[in-house]
Design a protein around this ligand. Sequence first.
Ligand SMILES: [Mg+2]
Length: 252
Amino acid sequence: MSRPRAYLFDLDGTVYRGSEPCPYAADVLGELCREGFVVRYLTNNSAARPDQVTHKLHAMGIPCEPEWVISSTHVAAAWCLSDGVSQVAGIGEIGLFQTLNDAGVEAVPAEECGSAEALVVGICRSFTYAMMSAGLDLVRGGARFIATNRDATYPLEGGRFQPGAGALVASLETCTGVAPLVMGKPEPAMISLALSGTGIEVSEALMVGDRRDTDIACGLAAGCPTWLVLTGVETQLMPGESGSDDLRELLK
Ligand SMILES: [Mg+2]
């Protein structure tokens, strides 16, 4: 294949698995950066703060700058700003509230809001019935229902899983009867946001990930070439599909 101008990497299962880097991740990412390619990290994890991701990658010897990290909360913030929404109710963790506030969207916990233009829901490991109830009131009161992502589970070390944001979003979808607007992968917005300001077209980038139903589907929806690595969820390539066992093939 001809070399892309930008490489867009999913994180979990593509660059690392929990606290372990994926095979050859440090070598390949280091080489791509030395060669001058644009590298970005795209994660559905709404709680991931760019500085924390950067710190984690640096500890693995993988190059990263905070501006290279785009989470589903960044997409939610961009949506709010483009829609003129400057204040939202949130259900999520500190990373969600900080990312929205840093982007200029005032985010207040849903339980503390009487009304809001939008309700942004991300992973929240302290999720309660009271939060669900507040979310129901807000959506019934006219707040737009924004889901950072619909991921059912969140992978941990040792092959374990935690419930993902999708499980919380489903509870709110059930009680409100309203389908959310989804921000993260497989929706295509994260790719255009990742490339904004680079001068690189979506067709000139490569979306690299370990899941067909999020990473690869996101690339296809955005019109971005894709590359499936078999270091995470998927275990084999389909006929004609672009991909490889690990990241080394990207240097060829
Ligand atoms: Mg992944």
